[in-house]
Structures are given as structure tokens and as C-alpha cells.
Design a protein around this ligand. Structure first.
Ligand SMILES: Cc1cc2nc3c(=O)[nH]c(=O)nc-3n(C[C@H](O)[C@H](O)[C@H](O)COP(=O)(O)OP(=O)(O)OC[C@H]3O[C@@H](n4cnc5c(N)ncnc54)[C@H](O)[C@@H]3O)c2cc1C
Length: 413
């Protein structure tokens, strides 16, 4: 049921766009530092709920547990999830006690309740951020999905904004085809599918490919997994050294942002599976349900009316009933529609799509803060992850709670 948006004030001190894990982490850190901020901020998300996209993604791919260990979550106390789960030890998964999906969701709901945030999400999307420049009191006007607007002194963008990465051959398909026969992993919902007798091609070597392959096989499909490199097995997206000074010290000392960008790419090193998923896939290979084609790419795909005919870089040709592109997402500030007007008024250095923000993750000169993958040049390779949400919050919160950090104060000083 659609919720009716509440009557909004004309102005707010702080507006947060998005109600995912990053926004939730920011809010808990903010309230922990300054309880008086309660009621002084507004959170916008079309869904009207906290964590809606996160929950949908985990449900659609039937992901049983997180990839990140139990210290990563939206509560400021790293041990809070452990404490919450004292009576649920069986909901942690090996090898490093990874929290189960249900446990993590219940914990986040507990965080939301403890901080009295249940009613805080306004069920409206933000459609436009209009800068209102002023020498001493610059503001940002947020235009909302219902056509109304609100003026904010500070804004945090926590929309998880990323653009889908699609291989080039997709744009070269000339014939029309049903949308669900070729789609990005983010629009696959395993729960609705029966795949008996189908052969599915999954492109990409990340953990999402693994979840999709396991899900498709359990629904009766035979699967080909095509990976342009070899199948990489890693426990985490990036090495744990990226969570602290071990690697971050050198990263922050680097003043050449091109080099920082290259380091981020290298640290994440494309998609990888967990060793546990690798083992599960090898079992499916032995059972004859899965083929893994490494060092191979699609060269061309043609929709033949009922099936795809696919030519591969190793010269082979195959037929598939559907293709899923598990080719990831890319963070690019220039393709984020919400930011365009801000970037026109406050031009900013951009390195391969990533903005160079100030130390508080602000667009320089403007009270607009960015969280998630877009803040990677200032947060490091795990910026998009739960650990990145904590690191970003630790940078943003001081600028929000200390009036001396406000740009208007700095300007008039
Ligand atoms: C399948 C999957 C599994 C993952 N597992 C892990 C893991 O185990 N550990 C880990 O650390 N990381 C994991 N990640 C990476 C990362 O933690 C998640 O992607 C996480 O959801 C990012 O949080 P977020 O708050 O930035 O974005 P999101 O969860 O995407 O939330 C953003 C919210 O913003 C809202 N929004 C978007 N645009 C607007 C707008 N214009 N106006 C208002 N609201 C808007 C959306 O509705 C959404 O609710 C995973 C990612 C995926 C895809």
C-alpha cells in the first residue's frame, strides 16, 4: 500500500537522500555524537522504509548470508551485532562468522527501534537538487517526487548510486528481444522463476554470478558461467588491510588522484567468489549442471525468436534460453542526474568518474556530502561496503555537529 507523505516543513537543517545501510549508519553515528540532532533531519526514500533495496537484493538472489564479517553493520558499536545474536550463534556462517541474512535484517530493525527511527523515512524520492548560492547562507532546494520542494542547509546523498556496467556486444544486438531474456543481475528475481529445461548463460565472475548460478540450477536450469579472466577466489571484496591504517595510510598520503583511482581498482581487482561459493560451483560442475568457461567472452549474440545464439571469443557457438549479465556497476558522478546542477554551480575535479571531495566528503564549497562508492577517492576501496559506510560517517559527522566546520562559518571567519 502506498504511504501518504506527511506534511513537510519548508526548511530542514539536514536532509538525507536514501534510507539504505549507508544512511542508517550515518544517522546512528550522528545521534551517538549529538542526541539533540534527533528531529532535526529528514530522510527521503521512495520506499518509505529503511533498508528496502538491501532486503530486496538479498531476497531476489536468495543470499543466505553476508560476505562481510559481523563487525560491519550500521550500529556505531562494532560488537553490537555479536551481542544482539548471543542467543542465535547458529546464524553465523563459516569461515569468519558471517551474519545470516535474517539475523542481519533483525539486527538492523533493532538498531532502527533503539534509535527511534521507525517513522523517520519520508516516502518520497528526490528528483532534483537545486543549489541556491548565497555568500553567507547557501542552501540546497530538494525537489520531491510529489512536485513539492524543501530547502535544506545540508544534504547527504546516500542513494547507493551506480550505473550498470554492460558489455559492448549488448549495444550491438540488432534484433528485438523480450526484456527478461537478457538482463542485468540487478533485475533478476529468482523467486519468480521456474527454469526447468532451460540453459542459462551467466556472464561475470563475481559472487553475484555464483548466487545466480546456484539459484538457476535449483530451479531446474543448466548453467554456463562465462568469465573473461579466471575464476578468482577471495574471502572479501578487498583485503581487510583496507579497513585500517595498514593500507589506508599510504592511500591517503597519495596526492595523485589518478594513482588513488588505480589503487582502488587494483585492491578490488574485479569480481571474485568466496572459496565456499567456489566449492559449491565445482560440485555443480561435477554433477553436470554447470560449465565454467574461463578466459572467454561473448563476441556476438543474436535473438533467434526463442533462443539466443551466442558466439564466443574461443570460437565456440552456443544456444541459450536466457542471458544474465552479472557484470557489476560503476560509480560515475557525471551520470548521476541528481548532482548535475550542483556540479554546474560548484565545479569539481573528477577522476575517472569519481569526484575529489573535501576531507568531510563534501563537494568543495557546498554543503552536499556524498557517501558510498562515489566517495571512494576519500574513503578507499571499500567505500561502497558496510565498512565504508562507517568510515564515511566518521568523516561526515564532525562537519555536521561542529558549527565551526560549516562552510558558511569558514567563509565569514
Ligand atoms: C547483492 C549484494 C550483496 C552485498 N553484500 C554485501 C555484504 O555482505 N557486505 C558489505 O559490506 N557490502 C555488501 N554489498 C555492497 C553494499 O553494502 C550494498 O550495495 C549496500 O546496499 C549499499 O548501501 P547504500 O545505502 O549505499 O545503498 P542502497 O542499499 O542501494 O540504498 C540506497 C537507497 O536510496 C534510495 N534512493 C535512490 N535514489 C533515490 C532518490 N532519488 N530519492 C530518494 N531515495 C533514493 C533507494 O531507494 C535505496 O533504498 C552488497 C551488494 C549487493 C548488490
Amino acid at each position: 500500500m502506498e504511504e501518504t507523505p506527511p506534511c513537510l516543513p519548508a526548511k530542514t537543517d539536514l536532509a538525507i537522500i536514501g534510507a539504505g545501510p549507508h544512511a542508517l549508519t550515518l544517522v546512528t553515528h550522528l545521534l551517538q555524537k549529538r542526541q539533540t540532532m534527533w528531529g532535526k533531519f529528514l530522510v527521503f526514500d521512495k520506499s518509505g522504509r529503511w533498508m528496502s533495496r538491501w532486503q530486496n537484493q538479498f531476497a531476489a538472489l536468495e543470499i543466505p548470508h553476508l560476505r562481510s564479517p559481523a563487525v560491519h553493520h550500521p550500529d556505531p558499536n562494532p560488537f553490537a551485532l555479536r551481542k544482539f545474536a548471543e542467543s542465535r550463534p547458529h546464524e553465523f556462517f563459516p569461515p569468519y562468522d558471517l551474519p545470516g541474512t535474517r539475523l542481519f535484517d533483525d539486527f538492523c530493525q533493532d538498531v532502527i527501534r533503539r534509535y527511534s527511527l521507525q517513522q523517520q523515512v519520508i516516502p518520497l524520492g528526490v528528483t532534483r537538487i537545486e543549489p541556491l548560492p548565497h555568500l553567507f547562507r547557501p542552501r540546497l532546494r530538494l525537489w520531491l517526487q510529489d512536485g513539492k520542494s524543501i530547502i535544506a542547509r545540508r544534504v547527504v546523498l546516500a542513494t547507493g548510486s551506480s550505473k550498470l556496467q554492460l558489455p559492448n556486444w549488448v549495444n550491438q544486438i540488432t534484433s528485438g528481444y523480450p526484456e527478461h531474456k537478457l538482463c542485468h543481475s540487478s533485475s533478476v528475481d529468482l523467486r519468480r522463476l521456474c527454469l526447468t529445461g532451460e540453459r542459462v548463460l551467466i556472464v561475470g565472475g563475481g559472487l553475484t554470478s555464483g548466487h545466480l548460478a546456484v539459484g538457476a540450477i535449483s530451479r531446474g536450469a543448466k548453467v554456463d558461467l562465462m568469465i573473461r579472466r579466471h575464476l578468482q577466489e577471495k574471502l572479501f571484496d578487498a583485503e581487510p588491510g583496507w579497513l585500517g591504517p595498514k593500507y589506508l595510510k599510504g592511500f591517503f598520503a597519495e596526492q595523485d588522484y589518478q594513482k588513488r583511482f588505480a589503487t582502488i581498482l587494483q585492491a578490488r581487482n574485479g569480481g571474485s567468489m568466496t572459496p565456499a561459493m567456489g566449492m559449491q560451483l565445482r560440485r555443480e560442475v561435477r554433477s553436470g549442471n554447470l560449465r565454467i568457461n574461463e578466459n572467454c567472452q561473448v563476441v556476438m549474440a543474436q535473438w533467434m525468436g526463442e533462443k539466443w545464439r551466442v558466439q564466443c571469443s574461443d570460437g565456440s557457438q552456443h544456444e541459450y534460453s536466457r542471458i544474465w549479465l552479472s557484470t557489476g556497476t560503476k560509480f560515475d558522478v557525471t551520470s548521476e542526474a541528481l548532482l548535475q546542477e550542483v556540479l554546474e554551480v560548484y565545479p569539481i575535479k573528477i577522476v575517472n568518474g569519481l569526484p575529489v571531495l573535501d576531507e568531510y566528503l563534501r563537494v568543495p564549497g557546498c554543503e552536499l556530502f556524498l557517501m558510498g562508492g562515489l566517495a571512494a577517492l576519500q574513503v578507499g576501496p571499500t567505500a561502497r561496503n558496510l565498512s565504508g559506510a562507517r568510515m564515511a560517517s566518521e568523516k561526515i559527522v564532525p562537519a555536521i555537529v561542529k558549527p565551526s566546520m560549516a562552510l558558511s562559518q569558514l567563509r565569514s571567519a
